[in-house]
Design a protein around this ligand. Structure first.
Ligand code: ADP
Ligand code: ASP
Ligand code: MG
Length: 403
């Protein structure tokens, strides 16, 4: 007998038929003699719909009230799934995040799980109940409901698996695992049998939505092996773990991230301390900076460009616009950009990855505006309109026989 944590995303519980399908996956595992803890997300587009509802009433609603509203989506789906399981005759109980002992820090809308008190969960398992837990939510020190950021149910599942020392953590979704690119956009993308935490973390951070990046960070920290698989087919999925038997693959995936804004400051004085002042100012307001590019100084000035998330673009311009050391300089925020990346631990030992990627972009006449690299990834900033074409071209360059 094992303890299994199973997580089902929004599309897996989108309507009554899908809820019944999930109930049958869960009860199958239970009837085989396992203890089963299930994490569910809000049904289908419920979270987006709730955000729209809030906007109709107050465009600038407080994050506290947004969390109160958005957490309702998961409350609905845990009750509906529990009802479907009741109908099968299996014992079941649904719990909100706080009832399951999930406490978080106070950062409404992007809270981090601090601790899980497992006493209620283990008591319910001891009573042989299937336990359904609302993903994406917890309680902070003020006894307020918090949410963990979009896609946060993955993190709830991993955190519960770690806290309960589960034998398995299965992330069920609407595709059959982690692929070398989004299988909805690149039909010939290849399903990976295995991927390391580090590679998955890069893929998730750079736009592969299939796992939330914080969930991968947590899985690595607590050594929770993840299995990503489909709730709709019985195909085997992808294992996410510390070490993999490296398949002969230079790169593991190509991603696209359109949540990017590029800020350019033209004619910055070419003197020491300017970069420190600019990026120190941004850091003081918790504005995270990604790619940075500085031109060679000429005639005592230089240009500095960097990227932030789209939401932080206006705030960054306003903040820097108010700084005396940048007084009067032209500043531009461009949101029509996208970041396309290749990820793979293999590139560290294989020269030529960058040139393969750049050649694929050149062949499609796509201009690279910025480049950033680490040991296991290469990212380029390009025009947003070219992003899908770029992903297809780069994928084809690395996986030619599949296209
Ligand atoms: P869930 O509702 O189950 O949490 P998500 O919509 O958050 O599911 O994530 C699954 C989606 O991630 C897939 O439908 C797919 O379009 C997208 N995706 C993007 N990149 C990848 C990738 N490399 N591998 C698999 N899926 C990906
Ligand atoms: N329902 C939340 C969202 O749409 C959390 C999740 O799906 O993981 O972001
Ligand atoms: Mg998701």
């Amino acid at each position: 007998m094992a303890l299994i944590v199973q997580k089902f995303g929004g599309s897996s519980v989108a309507d009554a038929e899908r809820v019944r399908n999930v109930a049958s996956i869960v009860t199958d595992a239970y009837r085989k003699g396992n203890d089963v803890v299930v994490v569910v997300s809000a049904q289908g587009d419920t979270t987006d719909d709730l955000i729209e509802k809030a906007k109709e009433i107050n465009e600038k609603a407080s994050k506290r009230e947004m969390d109160m509203l958005l957490s309702a989506g998961e409350q609905m789906s845990i009750a509906l799934l529990a009802m479907a399981i009741e109908k099968t005759g299996c014992p079941v109980v649904s719990l909100l995040g706080w009832q399951a002992g999930v406490t978080t820090d106070s950062a409404y809308s992007i809270a981090r799980i601090k601790k899980i008190d497992t006493s209620r969960l283990t008591a319910e398992l001891d009573r042989h109940n299937i336990v359904i837990v609302a993903g994406f939510q917890g309680l902070n020190k003020y006894d307020d409901i918090t949410t963990l950021g979009r896609g946060g149910s993955d993190t709830s599942a991993v955190a519960l698996a770690a806290a309960l020392h589960a034998d398995r953590c299965q992330i069920f979704t609407d595709v059959e695992g982690v692929f070398t690119a989004d299988p909805r956009k690149i039909p010939n993308a290849i399903k990976l049998k295995e991927i390391t935490y580090d590679e998955m973390l890069e893929l998730a951070t750079l736009g592969a939505q299939v796992l939330n990046n914080r969930s991968v960070e947590m899985a690595k920290k607590y050594n929770v092996e993840l299995e990503v698989l489909s709730s709709l087919t019985k195909a085997s999925g992808t294992l996410v773990k510390e070490v993999t038997k490296m398949e002969k693959m230079l790169i593991r995936g190509v991603t696209k991230d359109t949540d990017v804004a590029r800020i350019s400051i033209i004619g910055v004085p070419d003197i020491p301390g300017i970069a420190y002042k600019i990026f120190g100012k941004l850091a003081s307001q918790n504005i995270n900076v990604d790619i940075i590019l500085q031109s060679v100084g000429r005639d005592g000035t230089k240009d500095i460009a960097f990227t932030v998330s789209k939401a932080n673009g206006p705030a960054a311009v306003e903040l820097l616009g108010g700084c005396d050391f940048l007084d009067g300089l032209a500043m531009k925020c461009d949101t029509d950009v996208a970041k396309v990346s290749v990820v793979g631990a293999g590139m560290e030992t294989h020269p030529g990855t960058a040139s393969t990627m750049f050649e694929a972009l050149f062949d499609r006449d796509i201009n690279i505006q910025m480049i950033s690299t680490s040991e296991i990834k290469i990212s380029v900033l390009i025009d947003a309109k070219d992003a899908d074409d770029a992903v297809a071209a780069v994928h084809k360059a690395f996986f030619p026989e599949e296209d």
